[in-house]
Design a protein. Structure first.
Length: 434
C-alpha cells in the first residue's frame, strides 16, 4: 500500500475511534437506572473510562507505527508531511483537526493530479470509491459530476450510462448527457487544421479602418496559413488611415505588429507610407505602436533612438529591442494584389485535445492576450503537468499586464487539477455545464 493510501486509511480509523469514544461516553450517561442512579453512574463511568483507555492505547500505537515509517529518511512520503492526529477531547466533545488537513487536496483534486500524470485508472478508482455506498462523497453531487467528466474524457460510454442510472436513482434528477471528449477533440483538430489551409494559393490580410479583436484573429490565421503553405503573406494597411486618434486602436495595432514580428513569415506590405504618417508623437500608445512597427522592419538603430525619446518624454521604460522573426518587404500600391483573409476560417482561441508541453506552447503562442479574452476549453481532454505550467505562465503574464483571461468550459477533473496548481490565481476558470 502506498503511503498516501495508508495515511487516508489511518485517518478513517482515527475518525472511527473518535466516534467510538463518543458512543462510550453517551452510553455511560444513558445506562444509569433510576433506582440506583449514583451506583449506576459510577459503574458506567468506570466501564466507559476503561473502554476509552483501550481506545487511546490503540490510537497511540497507530501513531507510533505511522511515525516509525515516516522517520525513515529513505521512505517515499509522496510529498506529504506526517503530522500526528490528535485524539478526541471528551470535555470539548470535538475532534481537533490535523495541522495539514486544511492544505490536503480534495478527492477530486487528487484524481485530477493522477489524471494529469496519465494515471486514468487510478483517478477513476479513487472517484468510484469516493461515491460508493461506504464512500465519503456518496452524497456529494460535484464528485459524481467529476466522475461523469472523467468517463467523458476517457471515452467510457458504458461506465457513463451505468453511473447515470445510479445518479438518477440516488438524487432524483436527470444525469448529464453523454459526450465523448476525445471525439470532440479530434473534430477541433480538423477545424483548426482546416482554418490554416483553406487558401494556400494566395494569402493576405487587409486592415480595416477600425481594428477589432476579430481582425487580429484573422491576421493570426493568415500568418499561420502562410507559414504552413509556405507562401508569402500580402498585408495592406491603406484602409487604416485616419483611425489613429483612439488609444485603443493604437493598442490593437501594437499587438498585431508584435505578433507578426514574432513569427517567421515573409510579408509583402502595402500602405506602409500611409501608416507611418498616422503616428502621434504625443501619445504613449502611439509611440509603442511605432516601436513595434520599427521592430517588424528590423530597423534596430532607429528603434533605439525612438525608445530613448519615448523614455524621456513619458518617463517610462521602453520595450527592449528584440530581433524580429518576420521579414517585411514594402511594395507599392500597384504591387501584389491582396486577398482578404476572410477566405480563411477564423476561429476563436481554443485549447483542445491532450496537451503536452510542446502542443500547449504552440497553441498559446498564437494567442494575443486582450482584456476579457475567453479561451475555449470544452474540447480539452487533458493537460500534463508541464503543459499546465505553460498555461499558468501565459495567464500570469497576462495578469501582469492587467489583462483578465477566462478558460471557459473546463471539465471538472481538469479544473480541480488547475485549482491544485493555483492557476485560479491568475485566470478565471469556468466549468462546463452540460
Amino acid at each position: 500500500m502506498s503511503l498516501e493510501r495508508k495515511q487516508h486509511a489511518d485517518l478513517v480509523r482515527h475518525r472511527e475511534l473518535n466516534a467510538l469514544r463518543r458512543l462510550m461516553i453517551q452510553r455511560g450517561k444513558t445506562e444509569a437506572l433510576p433506582n440506583d442512579e449514583a451506583a449506576s453512574q459510577q459503574t458506567s463511568a468506570f466501564v466507559s473510562s476503561k473502554a476509552i483507555g483501550k481506545i487511546d492505547a490503540l490510537e497511540a500505537q497507530m501513531n507510533q507505527q505511522l511515525f516509525a515509517h515516516g522517520a525513515d529518511k529513505n521512505a517515499d512520503t509522496g510529498g506529504f508531511q506526517l503530522t500526528q492526529i490528535q485524539g478526541f477531547d471528551s470535555a470539548a466533545q470535538t475532534t481537533q483537526s490535523m495541522t495539514t488537513q486544511a492544505s490536503e487536496p480534495s478527492i477530486v483534486q487528487q484524481a485530477g493530479e493522477h489524471f494529469a500524470n496519465g494515471k486514468t485508472q487510478l483517478a477513476q478508482t479513487l472517484l468510484e470509491h469516493a461515491i460508493g455506498e461506504r464512500g465519503q462523497q456518496y452524497d456529494r453531487v460535484p464528485t459524481w459530476l467529476a466522475l461523469f467528466d472523467l468517463y467523458r474524457a476517457s471515452d467510457q460510454m458504458d461506465h457513463f450510462e451505468a453511473l447515470a442510472l445510479d445518479f438518477a436513482i440516488r438524487f432524483g434528477r436527470s444525469p448529464p448527457s453523454w459526450v465523448s471528449l476525445p471525439q470532440q477533440a479530434a473534430q477541433a483538430e480538423r477545424e483548426h487544421d482546416g482554418a490554416a489551409t483553406d487558401d494556400t494559393t494566395s494569402m493576405g490580410w487587409i486592415a480595416p479602418a477600425q481594428l477589432a479583436q476579430s481582425d487580429l484573429f484573422a491576421l493570426e490565421a493568415a500568418v499561420q496559413a502562410a507559414m504552413k503553405a509556405p507562401r508569402q503573406l500580402a498585408v495592406d494597411w491603406q484602409a487604416f488611415a485616419g483611425a489613429g486618434a483612439d488609444a485603443g486602436q493604437w493598442r490593437l495595432l501594437k499587438m498585431a505588429l508584435q505578433y507578426v514580428a514574432s513569427q517567421p513569415v515573409h510579408c509583402s506590405v502595402q500602405g506602409m507610407a500611409e501608416l507611418e504618417q498616422l503616428f502621434d508623437p504625443e501619445s504613449a500608445e502611439s509611440s509603442l505602436a511605432r516601436l513595434a512597427l520599427l521592430r517588424c522592419q528590423n530597423r534596430a538603430q532607429i528603434f533605439e533612438d525612438a525608445a530613448i525619446d519615448y523614455s524621456v518624454q513619458f518617463e517610462i521604460s521602453p520595450p527592449d529591442w528584440i530581433r524580429p522573426e518576420c521579414r517585411f518587404e514594402v511594395v507599392s500600391t500597384a504591387g501584389l494584389p491582396v486577398v482578404l483573409a476572410t477566405k480563411l476560417s477564423v476561429l476563436p482561441p481554443e485549447l483542445y485535445g491532450t496537451l503536452d508541453a510542446a502542443h500547449a506552447v504552440k497553441l498559446l503562442a498564437a494567442f494575443v492576450p486582450t482584456n476579457g479574452m475567453v479561451i475555449r476549453c470544452d474540447r480539452l481532454v487533458r493537460c500534463d503537468p508541464v503543459a499546465t505550467m505553460a498555461i499558468a505562465r501565459f495567464a500570469q503574464a497576462a495578469k501582469a499586464q492587467d489583462i483578465q483571461i477566462e478558460l471557459q468550459g473546463v471539465h471538472r477533473v481538469l479544473a480541480a487539477y488547475f485549482a491544485l496548481q493555483n492557476l485560479y490565481d491568475n485566470a478565471k476558470v469556468t466549468i462546463r455545464r452540460d
